[in-house]
Design a protein around this ligand. Structure first.
Ligand code: MSP
Length: 643
């Protein structure tokens, strides 16, 4: 019989830097679901990957004296290694620099253009000259560059636009007709009320101000901008638009795109609109999860509070970290990450609850029956309650998984684990063992323990891929048929077994000592980063590359249509440089004339607002305060070098 398919995706990650525990969170969730669906008999396609184009990567690569491709290659290798250590069972890893992806994006762009859904116009945005980056109004930090906090300038460039506005009504209709499309429900309301109903604007989909992107084939100088490139990965990975599109035919539409809450909008408005324009089916669901936060705040490199998942996996193993991520936070909501909570959960849920249950059980079978469980069973009242709870647990795990309620699923499993632990205390096997006439009763109790543990090992498998086999080795379960999800259906599939005492699967951790050691390990990373920063120093040779000279402002006037810009003619020695500066708010053209200023004379000329600028006039500024021209202490001939 042909298996039903299940296509699940994570967002593709920006490889501008190494990933942190927040990124692992999305990926572990997707992996857990993929593993669960495989166990339920689906033909699963689980896709993840990297979103490698754009100005930021171009800039970071330059700062690292390398090419964008070489830069991302390194980070992508690191990411793949991380996923391997976290047991992420992706079926495909798409990189937006893959040839097949680039071709698909070009094809999609052209198809939308031919249809009239992409048209040429001009883009107005804010430009930060030192960072060489464009920002939208919303991205600005109180009107300044969100990266360096300096003043930004309004600039215009020729761009292609996608007619997003055309799809507004169709999208509202679709979302209303398909209540399962956006999950959780709160995100759906947010999309309709905050974005769709107020009206959609057409979307800028190409840029000319940087090169690191998919080239627009029919218009040299334009590269495809962010979202068409990134979102198309979900179908380019399946071979859409190529001769090898079997996977596309088999798996599309996706069953679910798992995404963080801040990109739900792109996945439920822009992506469906692109698909509608291409006459392609829409994904069945977009699930927006919450963020993992640190002390209530966002994790970010600039705050220095990012948690490195590799350190945690090295210390506690992948299963413990995965368990914590899925158990601690209700998927869909934000949740706090902290070291104490992680270690406490390892101690209580893993070492105490499940670890103890396993070692007590195995030790008793070993002690009372020489390791081999007799093959007979006669249920008592106690046992029936275990059987009933097992059936209830399986049902509730299945129900929770259908709704991405990972934490609820684990809560149910652990209720069962704790109940079984309590069953040991209720049935007191050590007392039964003293009475030869209670041998059957004793073997029955132990049988219930082993069979419950067999079931638990299956229930936790999507979350913790390594622990079940460790448990099964100790329980003596070798038969494949006893490890499947179907085998949960009947309590009592296991007939007999020979256990094998083994190591503790989750050793207890001394909380206080561990937190100190863990923080030290995390600080080591911080210290290393600080050392790396040392390499950020420039050498005297680097400095010597910057040519600075004294110049005299001969003339200055406002740049038309740009209220922050002045264009000045500055005499430097024999040469006159035309320089555009963002100082109009602080100096009038009249004030500028006659000033002796410091000029960077060997900057590559650029056009700002269409006006040629051949250098930079230096000015000092407080973080967000006014600009003050840097000038010289005594009168000195213009053209003199500044060093
Ligand atoms: N490249 C885009 C996605 C394009 S998808 C067509 C992007 N990349 S990202 O690397 O910035 O983020 C990838 C995912 O990681 C997002 O879903 C984001 O929500 C998630 N997370 C990043 N930090 C996170 C937390 N602190 N907590 C939970 N998820 C977090 O956006």
């Amino acid at each position: 019989m042909k298996k039903e398919t299940y296509y699940i995706t994570t967002p593709i990650y920006y490889p501008s830097d190494k990933l942190h525990i927040g990124h692992s969170y999305t990926t572990v969730a997707a992996d857990t679901m993929a593993r669960y669906k495989r166990m339920r008999g689906y033909d699963v396609m689980f896709l993840t990957g990297t979103d490698e184009h754009g100005q930021k990567i171009e800039r970071v690569a330059k700062e690292n004296n390398t090419t964008p491709k070489a830069y991302v290659d390194d980070i992508v290798a690191w990411i793949k290694e991380l996923w391997q250590t976290m047991d992420i069972s992706y079926d495909d890893f798409i990189r937006t620099t893959d040839k097949k992806h680039v071709k698909t994006v070009q094809k999609i762009f052209k198809a939308l253009y031919d249809k009239g859904d992409i048209y040429k116009s001009s883009y107005e945005g804010w430009y930060c000259t030192p960072c060489e980056t464009f920002y939208t109004e919303r991205q600005l930090d109180e009107g300044n560059c969100p990266d360096c906090n300096r003043k930004v300038e309004k600039v215009k460039e020729e761009s292609y636009f996608f007619k997003l506005s055309k799809y507004q009504d169709k999208l509202i209709q679709y979302i209303e007709d398909n209540p399962e499309f956006i999950q959780p429900q709160t995100r759906q309301n947010e999309m309709i009320n905050n974005f769709l109903k107020p009206g959609l604007e057409d979307l800028c989909v190409s840029r000319t101000s940087f090169d690191w992107g998919v080239p627009v084939e029919f218009d040299e100088g334009h590269v495809v901008y962010v979202w068409i490139d990134a979102l198309s990965n979900y179908i380019s990975a399946l071979g859409y638009g190529s001769d090898e599109d079997e996977k596309y035919k088999k798996y599309w539409p996706a069953d679910v795109h798992l995404v963080g809450k801040e990109i739900v909008r792109f996945h439920t408005i822009i992506w469906p609109a692109i698909l509608m324009a291409l006459d392609l089916p829409l994904p069945k669901q977009v699930f927006g999860h919450g963020w993992l936060v640190i002390n209530g705040g966002k994790m970010s490199k600039s705050k220095g509070n990012v948690v490195d998942p590799k350190i945690l996996v090295d210390r506690y193993g992948s299963d413990a970290v995965r368990y914590f991520l899925m158990r601690e936070v209700a998927f869909g909501q934000d949740g706090n990450f902290n070291n104490e909570a992680l270690v406490q959960r390892i101690n209580s849920d893993l070492a105490n609850d499940i670890g103890n249950l396993l070692s007590r059980t195995v030790a008793m079978v070993d002690k009372y029956f020489d390791g081999t469980l007799p093959e007979q069973r006669k249920a008592t009242e106690f046992d029936k309650s275990i059987e009933e709870l097992s059936a209830k647990t399986i049902k509730s795990v299945e129900k929770s998984m259908e709704q991405f309620l990972f934490s609820d699923a684990l809560v149910s499993v652990w209720e069962f684990v704790r109940r079984v632990n309590k069953y040991i205390d209720e049935t007191t096997p050590w007392i039964l063992a003293k009475d030869e006439s209670k041998k059957d009763e004793l073997s029955n109790v132990l049988y219930y323990l082993v069979e419950s543990l067999r079931q638990i090992s299956i229930l936790i498998e999507p979350f913790m891929p390594q622990t079940p086999s460790l448990m099964r080795v100790q329980l003596g379960i070798k038969e494949e048929a006893l490890t499947t999800w179907e085998s949960l259906e009947i309590f009592g599939q296991l007939k007999t077994t020979t256990v094998q005492k083994g190591n503790v699967i989750f050793p207890r951790i001394d909380l206080e000592e561990e937190i100190k050691a863990l923080e030290k390990a995390q600080n080591v990373v911080k210290e290393e980063k600080e050392e790396e920063k040392e390499e950020d120093y420039i050498t005297i040779d680097d400095f010597a590359k910057v040519e600075m000279k004294i110049g005299e402002v001969l003339e200055s006037k406002k740049v038309e249509g740009a209220d922050k810009l002045l264009v000045s003619q500055v005499k430097v020695g024999e040469k006159v440089h035309q320089i555009v500066s963002g100082i109009a708010k602080f100096y009038s053209p009249e004030e500028m004339v006659g000033k002796k200023v410091i000029v960077v004379t060997n900057l590559k000329p650029v056009k700002l607002r269409g006006v040629l600028s051949e250098g930079m006039i230096l000015a000092a500024s407080e973080k967000k305060g006014e600009l003050v021209l840097a000038t010289v202490d005594k009168d000195i001939k213009n053209g003199s070098e500044v060093r």
